[in-house]
Design a protein around this ligand. Structure first.
Ligand code: PEP
Length: 250
């Protein structure tokens, strides 16, 4: 039985005051929720504020990125140790915006993932093809490479601290959601790839989230699919009412 996860990725939105206001509005709306894990990923500067706000609730805080080194001359970067100190339990790694705008490669995704796991964070590893790759019939090949290289050198116990997020780039922030069938088809493929590179036992237990224009009105249909274990939500996680509605998809 895989516990569903609903995770919100705030990207570069919200100050600390806006972060506090968000949780003041969200927490009362999700008091009775027990059916899923809930994660919010604010920008670095608001992580500690967010962690204080969710203390004693079932909401966990995630970083949106990290550096694999523990310390050092890496201007602008943040290490796993710093994220743990700020109250993080999770880290998003390899988001398509990091790959597209900041040069994150599969090798970096792997280094970041290994550093996150070594430090005790749960890693939400993002994969997904661009529209050009899908149109060229290369979606499966691209996702296979991202999964295999991003999760290289990981042991079976490591994999129990990984969550995969399948986020087709053409569906992120575009309002164009993958149909539940298309998403579920790729989730099943990802499970097959993990069975091949690790084991069927790992593939059966690993949680795979869908991301790409998830909204209150499409979450239920996505979550009905057997291989979809939750969602990574961008835009619709910024508003407490819409994020609460997504969390309460059942
Ligand atoms: C994301 O940022 O991971 C995402 C899926 O964004 P959106 O929900 O806005 O498409």
């Amino acid at each position: 039985m895989r516990q569903p996860i609903i995770a919100g990725n705030w990207k570069m939105f919200k100050t600390r005051a806006e972060t506090s206001a968000f949780f003041d509005a969200l927490i009362p709306q999700i008091q009775d929720v027990e059916h899923c894990d809930i994660v919010i990923a604010p920008p670095f500067i608001s992580l500690a504020t967010a962690a204080e706000e969710v203390d004693g609730t079932r909401v966990a805080i995630s970083a949106q990125n990290l550096h694999w080194e523990e310390n050092g001359a890496y201007t602008g970067e943040v290490s796993v140790r710093m994220l743990l100190d700020a109250g993080c339990k999770y880290a998003i790694i390899g988001h398509s915006e990091r790959r597209q705008y900041f040069g994150d490669t599969d090798e970096w995704v792997n280094r970041k993932t290994r550093a996150a796991l070594k430090g005790g964070l749960q890693a939400i590893v993002c994969v997904g093809e661009t529209l050009a790759e899908r149109d060229a019939g290369r979606a499966s090949e691209v996702v296979r490479r991202q999964v295999a290289e991003g999760m290289a050198q990981l042991t079976e116990p490591d994999l129990s601290h990984i969550i995969v997020a399948y986020e087709p780039v053409w569906a992120i922030g575009t309002g164009r959601t993958a149909t539940p069938e298309v998403a579920a088809g790729m989730h099943a493929e990802i499970r097959k790839i993990i069975a091949e590179i690790q084991s069927k036992a790992v593939a059966d237990t690993i949680r795979i989230l869908y991301g790409g224009s998830v909204k209150p009105d499409n979450i239920s249909a996505l979550m009905k699919k057997e291989d979809i274990d939750g969602a990574l939500v961008g835009g619709a996680s910024l508003d407490p009412a819409s994020f609460a509605a997504i969390i309460k998809y059942i």
